[in-house]
Ligand binder design. Structure first.
Ligand code: UGA
Length: 431
């Protein structure tokens, strides 16, 4: 497993749990040293235990030396980062291609080189070409095996996926991939066996569709507010139609994270280059960006038209619960906009404070939700961590300077807020 980022580490640990021997390689010496000491560099529930168990069982190890990992492997996964390239939004494939070249140099027998990173259509063929050029004598095939893990439930998503997608170029590669995922086939997990290009596109199409679904319900939420409807009931009424499905219809402050923003930009860019622009996805990207920016204005409106000199308490800054990931989190748009409008921001997050401190200067970091509420003119619930779902509302009321709550995740109901003496604003529900 080349790359011990989020995808590489979770996949490596899970393949080891399936009973395979896994060697994870990462150039980053300090990260590898931490992993060797049993420290997990990311926040993912259950991952520390899974890594520890498999290291102890002798199935999982870590190294910085690629040549210690590749020879003798049936499959070599490329799970390095593919960030958005500055300027054009295209996926930056430098790390993928560098890994392919290095892997080629150390190949000793037949191996399947598998792209696990989310990569644009055509990358698998390019990896194949690079390996062939670097090592004309190499015996290998290339495969694409996109991951569909959600941060916060990555292990469950790996162990019990809705489907496994595998794109290959030969029967031999197909058999290797089948053997790797054998435990899942015993559970009757559907597999989509297809070509390299199709597998690569499935991943982007799935993420673009989910981002579209979220953006759709977010716009419906805006309509609900204008006409006095309730977006949660609309989502329920729509979602019970099996053709629509109820998931990913939670209205909120706009999608963020390391995947949807990056992948929607990348597929829009590739599609344009291919001469088949995805106008719908391009609109989704623009609407979501505008939405994140517009969320600060809601707080200003809730405060009565100005937050100049006001204190705003914020609950949750990570892009979603159960992660310390701050990438493209709505908080990164909302908090600076409030500060620029003259507000002082005090915030609490159960996991992301360390990450957030670097990205959100001048925020006063609190040690729990109640401290973030203390003395605030408005309390904003931005990320739906479980511990914010059952706040003592009477206590919140007594701590706030003004009794105003803006709930951007629709965690509470109007009636309970009113009963506690709080003025309540939420998303897509008549206040
Ligand atoms: C997403 C996909 O769900 C995974 O299937 C995929 O493997 C992953 O991207 C990836 O490409 O690596 P993730 O970014 O971890 O996973 O998180 P999600 O749970 O999908 O949430 C993404 C964003 O959408 C969050 O900001 C979340 O708050 C928002 N969201 C999600 C909503 O606003 N409403 C919803 O109904 C669902």
């Amino acid at each position: 497993m080349v790359g011990t980022g989020y995808v590489g580490l979770v996949s490596g640990a899970c393949f080891a749990e399936f009973g395979h021997d896994v060697v994870c390689v990462d150039k980053d010496e300090s990260k590898t040293a931490r992993l060797l000491r049993g420290e997990i560099p990311i926040y993912e529930p259950g991952l520390d235990q899974l890594v520890a168990d498999n290291v102890r069982a002798g199935r999982l190890s870590f190294t910085t030396v690629l040549a210690d990992a590749v020879p003798g492997s049936a499959a070599v996964f490329i799970a390095v980062g593919t960030p958005s390239r500055r300027g054009d939004g295209f996926a930056d494939l430098t790390y993928v291609y560098a890994a392919a070249e290095e892997i080629a140099r150390t190949l000793d027998g037949y191996a399947v080189i598998v792209d696990k990173s989310t990569v644009p259509v055509g990358t698998g063929r390019q990896v194949q070409r690079i390996i062939r050029e670097t090592r004309p004598d190499a015996d290998f095939d290339v495969a694409s095996n996109p991951e569909f893990l959600r941060e916060g439930s990555a292990i469950e998503d790996f162990m019990r996926p809705d489907r496994v997608v595998i794109g290959t170029t030969s029967d031999r590669a197909r058999e290797v991939m089948r053997a790797l995922y054998r435990p899942l086939f015993l559970l009757e997990t559907p597999i989509v066996m297809t070509t390299l290009e199709t597998a690569e596109l499935i991943k982007y199409a799935a993420n673009a569709f989910l981002a579209t679904k979220i953006t759709f319900i977010n716009e419906i939420a805006d309509v609900c507010e204008r006409v006095g409807a309730d977006v949660q009931d609309v989502a329920k009424g729509m979602g019970l139609d099996g053709r629509i499905g109820k998931k990913f219809l939670h209205a909120g402050p706009g999608y963020g994270g390391s995947c949807f923003p990056k992948d929607t930009r990348a597929i829009a860019q590739s599609a344009r280059q291919a001469g088949a622009p995805l106008r719908l996805v391009e609109t989704v990207i623009a609407v979501n960006e505008e939405r994140k920016r517009a969320m600060a204005e809601r707080v200003v409106a809730a405060a009565g038209g100005s937050v100049d000199g006001a204190t705003i308490g914020v609950l949750g800054v990570s892009f979603k619960p159960n992660t310390d990931d701050m990438r493209e989190a709505p908080s990164l748009d909302i908090i600076p906009a409030l500060q620029q409008a003259g507000a002082t921001v005090q915030a609490f997050d159960p996991a992301a404070v360390h990450e957030a401190t670097k990205l959100l200067p001048d925020v006063r970091w609190c040690s729990d939700a109640y401290e973030a509420a203390a003395g605030a003119d408005v309390l904003v619930l931005l990320t739906e961590w479980n511990e914010f779902r059952a706040l003592d509302l009477e206590r919140v009321r007594s701590l706030l300077a003004r009794p105003i709550v803006v709930d951007m995740r629709n965690v509470y109901r109007q009636a309970e807020m009113t009963a506690a003496g709080l003025t309540y604003h939420s998303i897509g529900r008549a206040s």
